[in-house]
Ligand binder design. Structure first.
Ligand code: VG1
Ligand code: CO
Length: 542
């Protein structure tokens, strides 16, 4: 039953910020998925007889690759695979299942916030036994294997019925189809005050959760409506679709604009939220107020003790470098550690495992804690709800009181999508070359205090990751950061992150883009964004 199949390397299988992402037709090339999966196994040691978790966000091609992965896990000697029913496991739920059942690791099939469908994106990532994304050392090893692969192992088995919960045996491996929601829902019940949340909804609190036709739908429906008693209809677009209904499952102000408009309307619900393709991101919009993800991390950290799971306080906070410094002020006040990591959740794993950080966050709408080793969209929503219930205040009150106490970090990210790779690289190269000459110069009346190419030294394992984003820091604490995305599948995406700290309470209700206008202009002066990209304005502003 077990076969060794000859194959040839594909030279483009380098994992990015979060796994390997390519267009579906790329993944559909002969042996493309098999090569990558075999390379994952080849880079790992000691899994004979152990358990592998397999799940995905339900996007187009998910079911096919799940069958391939099961057959290959069997042929490579895993003893058992656990598969989410229907091939579904959100990224945080997969992380939890890996941890709860002490499995060897897991394969998650997702391209996250990228669109899905026959001509859109697919992805594969590997999470280790701690439940977290493979660290760089491992993704580098996987990449090296993809470049040298000459064969893969698979088993000739009939397709497994992944829609029926239960256990079957095939080619010597035990295949358990599990309820994708149950373990995760139980974990949420252990962290949050579900009684208080039930009371909140009973009192007439109105919420809108938009699952964007992606994986969080079944989780949100079960937890918010079934367990917490939120009225039927609270969850919208909750059925995962292979093409996400033709939309981008990216919960930002462009792709979730309908939610934003509803939350700013006259009859807005009290609280609005959305999550992305694989359920690890969150968008939070209170009635009449959008909560910037960087602010959300800070506010969740500042109030976390109000939830039972965090009643003993936090060990530390970690944020990615481009994420605003709002969380730093909270850490300072709490007297706990603050860690600044490169973009991507894989860099938080060591800090969480070592007990140095409890809450982590990224400006890209990712927030999470030590309950799993991934960011977790619904977790962030439930923590917000728990805080609102405990404080008896509206989201807007919590936000404005936070700004009054800590000051406000005006923050925005400008994305220039699908820029020609050569042009984007030229911009970055030029910027890098002039970093040394920037300090001391003035741009748009702003004095540059420092400029560098961010390198991270992991305090736990001592590893170094270089070229993680170019920072230009101005006197007074404002900054602009430039980096190229590592999750796109066509051309290059330039991300420009802009931040200004404003301590003065009287200046806390400015329009964000206006409050940052001089910095936005300075970013263009410094990097020549318009001339390099040929674009007059960003594709997405968040
Ligand atoms: C983006 C975000 C990053 C996030 C990553 C994966 O990466 O900026 O913060 O961790 O996506 O998120 P990049 O390299 O494109 O900037 V998800 O929800 O797409 O897995
Ligand atoms: Co995601």
């Amino acid at each position: 039953m077990i076969r060794t199949v000859p194959t040839k390397p594909y030279l483009d299988q380098k994992p990015g910020t979060s796994g390997l992402r390519k267009k579906v037709p790329v993944f559909q090339q002969e042996h493309y998925a098999e090569n990558f999966i075999q390379s994952i196994f080849d880079a790992l040691d000691g899994f004979k007889g152990k358990t592998l978790v397999i799940g995905g966000d339900g996007r187009f091609y998910n079911r096919e690759v799940i069958q391939k992965a099961i057959a290959m896990a069997a042929a490579n000697g895993f003893g058992k695979v656990m598969v989410g029913q229907g091939g579904i496991l959100s990224t945080p739920a997969a992380s939890h299942v890996i941890r709860k059942y002490k499995t060897f690791g897991g394969i998650i099939l997702s391209a996250s916030h990228n669109p899905g469908g026959p001509h859109e994106d697919f992805g594969i990532k590997y999470n280790a036994g701690n439940g977290g994304p493979a660290p760089e050392k491992l993704t580098d090893a996987i990449f090296a294997k993809t470049m040298a692969i000459s064969s893969f192992k698979t088993a000739d088995i009939d397709p497994i019925d992944i829609d029926t919960i239960g256990t079957v045996k095939a080619a010597g491996v035990t295949v358990e189809i599990i309820d994708p929601v149950a373990d995760y829902a139980e974990l949420m019940e252990s962290l949050f005050d579900f009684d208080a949340l039930r009371k909140l909804f009973k009192s007439g609190f109105r919420m809108r959760f938009d699952a964007m036709h992606a994986v969080t739908g079944p989780y949100a429906k079960e937890i918010l409506e079934n367990r917490l008693g939120a009225p039927n209809g609270t969850c919208r677009n909750f059925k995962p679709l292979p093409d996400f209904g033709g939309h981008h499952p990216d919960p930002n102000l462009v792709h979730a604009k309908h939610l934003y408009d509803e939350m700013m309307g006259a009859d807005a619900p009290d609280f609005g939220a959305a999550s992305d393709g694989d359920g690890d991101r969150n968008l939070i919009i209170g009635k009449g107020i959008f909560v910037t993800p960087s602010d959300s991390v800070a506010m969740l950290a500042a109030n976390a003790r109000l939830a039972p799971g965090y009643k003993d306080g936090l060990k530390g906070i970690a944020r990615s470098m481009p994420t605003s410094g709002a969380a730093d002020r909270v850490a300072e006040k709490l007297g706990i550690g603050i860690y600044e990591t490169p973009t991507g959740w894989k860099f938080f794993g060591n800090l969480l495992d070592a007990g140095m950080a409890t809450i982590c966050g990224e400006e890209s709408a990712g927030t999470g804690s030590n309950h799993v080793r991934e960011k977790d969209g619904l977790w962030a929503v439930l923590l917000w709800l728990n805080i609102l219930a405990a404080r008896g205040e509206s989201c807007k009150q919590v936000v404005t009181e936070h700004w009054a106490a800590y000051g406000r970090n005006y923050y925005s990210r400008h994305d220039y999508e699908e820029v020609e790779s050569d042009r984007a690289n030229a911009l970055v190269d030029e910027l890098r070359a002039k970093l040394g000459s920037l300090p001391g110069t003035n741009v748009r009346g702003l004095k540059i205090a420092n400029a560098d190419d961010f390198a991270y030294h992991d305090p736990v394992d001592g590893s170094t990751s270089e070229h993680q984003g170019i920072r230009v820091l101005f006197e007074g604490g404002s900054r602009v950061v430039f980096r190229l995305s590592g999750t796109g599948t066509s051309g290059a995406t330039l991300r420009v992150y802009i931040e200004r700290y404003e301590p003065d309470k009287a200046r806390h209700d400015l329009d964000t883009q206006e409050a940052l206008a001089d910095l936005i202009a300075a970013a263009d002066d410094i990097a020549g964004i318009k001339s390099h990209t040929g674009r007059n304005k960003p594709s997405v502003i968040t």
